[in-house]
Design a protein around this ligand. Structure first.
Ligand code: GDP
Length: 280
């Protein structure tokens, strides 16, 4: 090994360590960071570095590409078709922004000429139906729910049936979220899913969830067929590195991000700016 190569290896390690710290601070899972480090060492050609090219740029570009790859599960999520009824079920922990995101998702599609509808199958949290009703009314989106009925499966089935009859093409079912992973939550979710047969299950994740993201996402995936991820609160300080874990745990892509409390603060997920932010 020439002297130059040894120096370049040190430069590579220094640069990798620095970027690793940034990624861990951005809540990227420790294991993913470690695997990526190993990969980068295989990919980055020390001879290229030795040739005097900008080392930092080469290493950064390699890491950028690796992170983009981690965010790509290899297959797109189910995409509802306008004019054809689809059922989309939202799951996630309480406070993740699930109910808000249901309305944002409905509103986004409504603006594009769809006929969305919202079903509140959250009978656990007092006020959940009111919240959904308020949001839906503001956006002029039809909604279904009940103050009396305590069985979320019954409400979900009734709501989905009604909106299918009304020719809605995007029937969105909001489910209960709990503070933590509870067996009862997962069982209820599983039953709602079994009864409504959603075409797509979306896992809603708060960008600040941190290192817990992998286990959370995996727990949801084990109960229902999660097919896509939405990361909320990207307007805050958190960089959302947990999204990489959620993609790895659910083998599903991130499709949208939430960027504020308002209905229109919602964007189609774009991998490059997301990764730039993680690194920056
Ligand atoms: P749920 O319990 O998962 O249904 O969560 P909610 O939809 O009630 O949201 C919890 C809180 O997060 C509410 O105060 C929302 O306004 C807020 N929230 C949801 N999405 C976003 C977002 O993208 N950005 C910000 N800043 N706040 C959000």
């Amino acid at each position: 090994m020439s002297n130059a190569t040894i120096i370049d290896e040190k430069a590579l390690n220094d640069c990798l360590n620095e970027i690793t710290r940034a990624l861990l601070q951005a809540d990227v899972q420790f294991k993913l960071v470690r695997d990526m480090q190993t990969n980068i060492k295989k990919i980055v050609n020390l001879d290229d570095l030795a040739a005097g090219h900008n080392k930092r740029r080469i290493i950064q570009q390699a890491i950028f590409n690796e992170l983009c790859k981690i965010l790509d599960p290899g297959k797109p999520s189910f995409t509802p078709k306008k004019g054809k009824p689809s059922v989309v079920m939202f799951v996630g922990l309480q406070g993740s922004g699930k109910t808000t995101t249901c309305t944002k998702y409905a509103y986004y599609h409504q603006k594009k000429g769809w006929k969305p509808a919202l079903v509140c199958a959250d009978t656990f949290r007092a006020g959940a139906f009111d919240q959904l009703k308020q949001n839906a009314t503001k956006a002029k989106i039809p909604f279904y729910g009940s103050y009396m009925e305590s069985d979320p499966v019954k409400i979900a089935v009734e709501g989905v049936e009604r909106f299918k009859k009304e020719n809605c093409d995007l029937i969105i079912v909001d489910t209960s979220g709990r503070h933590k992973q509870e067996a009862a939550l997962f069982e209820e979710m599983r039953q709602v899913s079994e009864a409504t047969k959603p075409d797509l299950v979306i896992f809603v994740m708060d960008s600040s969830i941190g290192q817990a993201a992998f286990d959370q996402a995996q727990a949801f995936k084990q109960s229902v067929a999660v097919g896509a991820v939405i990361v909320t609160k990207m307007d805050g300080h958190a960089k959302g590195g947990g999204a990489l874990s959620a993609v790895a745990a659910t083998k599903s892509p991130v499709i949208f991000i939430g960027t504020g409390e308002h209905m229109d603060e919602f964007e189609v997920f774009d991998v490059k700016p997301f990764v730039s932010r993680l690194l920056g």
